[in-house]
Design a protein around this ligand. Sequence first.
Ligand SMILES: [Fe+2]
Ligand SMILES: [Fe+2]
Length: 275
Amino acid sequence: MTDLVVRRLLIDLQTPLPRHWCGGGTFRTAFFNALSMSFPVGEQFFIDSVRNGHKALSAEEQARRQREVQGFIGQEATHRRIHALFNAHLEKQGLVNAWAPRAESRVKLLEGLDPRHPLAITAANEHFTAILAEWLLRHPALFGDAQPRLKTLWLWHSAEESEHKSTAFELYQALGGTQEWRVKWMRRVTFFFLTDTLRQTLNNLRRDGTLWRWATWKDAASFLFGPTGLVRQTFKPWRAYFKPDFHPDQQQSDLSQRWLQANSAQYTVAGARPN
Ligand SMILES: [Fe+2]
Ligand SMILES: [Fe+2]
């Protein structure tokens, strides 16, 4: 079992965000803004999936996993709240969240299904967040140094994603979820995650008035395809999910604990709590 604690971030989220807060890059800012827009709906879905999956276990298994599940729910609930504050600033900048309503209508389609389906979808998404998290913790320079509070927000979220990356996966396995469906859902999640991220990033750039700037696509090229770029660094760990003996713990995540230790002045520990 993973010991998960809930942390309260001690950063300023009142001051408006500069338009290109992420290292001055228009593309990378639009990309992270897009991800943030998906979090409140997405993370509520993860919470519900894990809560329902947990309820479907035997009483003995439920008791054994109780603390971890509470920690998971507490962490994701905190992420939702913080990203809702972040997203309110984006709205004031004139950006429009088209991803959240699409995600909400897809979530409705899953109502009444066996709890292993939403859990497999959650496990697939949690693999995406875990590999993104590991990449960000390894290359924090891509945030630049202009907005340390926002860099802290994203790295704190990354550190906790890394910490709880096995929770949904292990619940799925404990409920007898099959490899076939796990992989099937990962293929679908990959399609939706990539297309939704791209659509919302382009939408953000268009509303920002920077879609057709040369500097935007130069930023995109280095951010995605540079030596430390997203695509190059995350393709292999993404592919590992398809192996029959895959487990999230096979992938390194020691950067998470290192970041949390080195940045303990940036948060307080609130303890695990149900939500
Ligand atoms: Fe999260
Ligand atoms: Fe998560």
